[in-house]
Ligand binder design. Structure first.
Ligand code: OXD
Ligand code: MN
Length: 589
């Protein structure tokens, strides 16, 4: 039986390469119809109606949440699956000890068997998309083929998708090929495979964002990190934010934190009342593509066009902009619902849940009402603090890079790396407690270098060398910092209030970069001599604890870092060991 091609548009004729690939996937997966996505609002409305009719979406209370919908996923499909995520390079060494590896031919054979005939009775959607502003030389394109209209709706929000992207693909002559099917949502038949040497992704058996919206983690981080090394730039798990001081000067910083450690909150920070005149502008909340510019500075774009953020905890105090932003035109996944059909989540502070995230009458004995990794998908333009420069084709110049993790102890509130080389070691040594963003135990401390453990598409040893190489090209390299908003006291209480107050720490960094703030040397880097604490209810002892470097704990830490780095063997840049020896010598003295 012939496959119906929806839409009498010239899209397939635009790019022969894409059309040929779609044809080969059609033969393999046997869809009932093919839909080429145009990226129009009418298309998004049509898909929404279709999902509503099928009962896969519900409309949320339009009086309070106009244009908002709720999707409930399969209960076993709520997070990224790192144990089922593979990098398939010809040489296992190229994937490195930081990745699961499968030989590319074996992976292709496995995936072909899963995809064979999997779209019978389904429509194959073709989504041409551009990661980054459509006219930016720093952007890169891809095409996702999927049988999930929910994925299409998300991709239309998260990327610049449709006709303009396809035109750019024709112009570029290259694109990342991502094939996705939800399959039967069987965790036993679920794999997320990456073929960096072929610029290709195969994802089967999951509809969850990080596994299924292939433009995001799969393309913009795993495949792009590989592309970036070949082309001389960096693809990073970083937010980008502009900080405007009371004099009206704006500096941009890019910050890497592991999943669900507050990147979206920091990217949308509201200055505290004690810092009048400051303004904060969001460029991106999750991914940064960083390119060395001709001027020797590092320039950043956000490849995404929307936010796929963690919902629980969002309220007017923690993130007022996000709270406002997700009140209209937002797609919620796995939140709870009130009796009058408003979305509800832990930390919302108002209302009561009637239905839990699985649509069952809420029973606290069954755990939280909203899934801890429930998400909102919303267009970045809806953010009241969206930077007027977020769409600039050349990106924004970066003044400082910040690494951080979620650590009860060891890491102080903030410290500055000695220089770029030391900064690469600081990034490579990041450790953090695991969160609900991935399947597995929550709260286990693990090394998560540059917050890229789940996302680097190649051997970390080569990646750190690439970081050193990029730094060597920069005549005006950003300074590098490490922060930890999550330090606790002996009773387990957070020592630092976090959220808007984090701006105090960021403004110290900017003053350092402008040569205006003092620091005290320590073996691990430079710490603030003082921080502006006016109006803040943090005791002098708590501040001392936040800015202390505990010798015995740090000696243990550095020996763990040495052991961790050791697994990268010959691929580990010697410069990192030299920097580590310097830190160790300082701690011994
Ligand atoms: C995310 C993640 O969804 O890091 O951004 O898991
Ligand atoms: Mn992320």
């Amino acid at each position: 039986m012939a496959t119906a091609v929806h839409m009498m548009s010239p899209l397939p004729e635009l790019s022969r390469d894409v059309a040929e690939w779609v044809n080969s996937v059609r033969e393999l997966t046997q869809p009932r119809a093919i839909h080429w996505c145009e990226g129009t609002e009418a298309e998004a409305h049509g898909l929404t109606d279709q999902l509503l009719r099928a009962g896969e979406l519900t409309t949320l209370n339009p009086q309070y949440f106009p244009g908002c919908h709720l999707a409930r996923s399969a209960p076993n499909d709520v997070a990224r699956v790192e144990h089922l995520t593979y990098i398939c390079t010809r040489s296992q060494q190229d994937a490195g000890p930081n990745n699961h590896w499968m030989e590319p031919q074996a992976a292709h054979t496995k995936m072909r068997e899963l995809f064979r005939g999997c779209m019978r009775e389904r429509t194959l959607y073709v989504i041409p998309y551009c990661m980054g502003p459509i006219d930016s030389p720093l952007s890169r394109c891809g095409v996702e083929l999927t049988d999930s209209p929910y994925v299409v709706l998300n991709m239309l929000i998260m990327t610049r998708a449709g006709r303009a992207a396809l035109e750019r693909i024709v112009h570029d002559g290259t694109f990342v090929r991502g094939l996705h099917s939800t399959g039967e949502l069987d965790p036993e038949r679920r794999f997320i495979m990456h073929f960096p040497e072929e610029l290709a992704i195969d994802s089967f058996g999951s509809g969850y964002g990080g596994n299924a919206l292939l433009g995001k983690k799969c393309h913009a981080l795993r495949i792009a990190s590989w592309q970036a090394r070949t082309e001389g730039w960096l693809a990073e798990h970083m937010l980008i934010v502009g900080l405007q001081n009371p004099k009206g000067e704006t500096h941009y910083i890019a910050c890497a934190f592991p999943s669900a450690c507050g990147k979206t909150n920091l990217a949308m920070l509201i200055p505290p009342d004690s810092m009048p005149g400051w303004r904060v502008f969001t460029v991106g909340d999750d991914i940064a593509w960083l390119h060395p510019g001709k001027d020797g500075r590092l320039w950043a774009i956000n490849p995404e066009a929307g936010y796929f953020g963690v919902v629980p905890g969002t309220n007017p105090q923690t993130n007022r902009n996000a709270y406002e932003m997700i009140r209209r035109d937002t797609l919620f996944t796995n939140v709870a619902a009130t009796a009058d059909n408003q979305p509800w989540w832990e930390g919302l502070q108002t209302g009561t849940p009637a239905l839990d995230w699985q649509g069952r009458p809420y029973d606290p004995a069954r755990g939280p009402a909203a899934h801890p990794n429930s998400r909102f998908t919303v267009a970045a333009k809806r953010n009241p603090g969206y930077s007027p420069h977020a769409e600039d084709a050349r990106g924004v110049p970066i003044t400082a890079l910040v690494f951080g993790g979620r650590r009860r102890e060891v890491a102080p509130l903030v410290y500055e790396a000695r220089d770029w080389r030391h900064g690469v070691l600081v990034g490579a040594s990041v450790a953090s407690e695991t969160t609900a963003a991935m399947v597995g135990q929550v709260g286990i401390t693990r090394r998560d270098p540059m917050a890229m453990k789940p996302f680097c598409g190649y051997n970390f040893g080569d990646y750190w060398q690439h970081w050193l190489n990029v730094g060597a090209k920069l005549t005006h390299a950003p300074r590098i910092y490490h922060v930890n908003w999550f330090r606790r006291d002996a009773q387990g209480k957070f020592l630092w209030p976090g959220f808007g107050e984090n701006l105090r720490v960021l403004s110290w960094m900017l003053d350092r970069c402008a040569g205006k703030a003092d620091a005290v040397d320590s073996p691990i880097g430079r710490l603030p001599r003082s921080l502006d604490m006016a109006g803040l209810n943090v005791s002098a002892e708590a501040l001392a604890a936040l800015l202390s470097v505990d010798g015995p704990l740090w000696r243990k830490e550095t020996s763990e870092i040495r052991a961790y780095l050791g697994q990268f063997g010959e691929r580990l840049p010697q410069e990192l060991l030299q920097e580590l020896s310097r830190t160790e010598a300082g701690l011994a003295g």
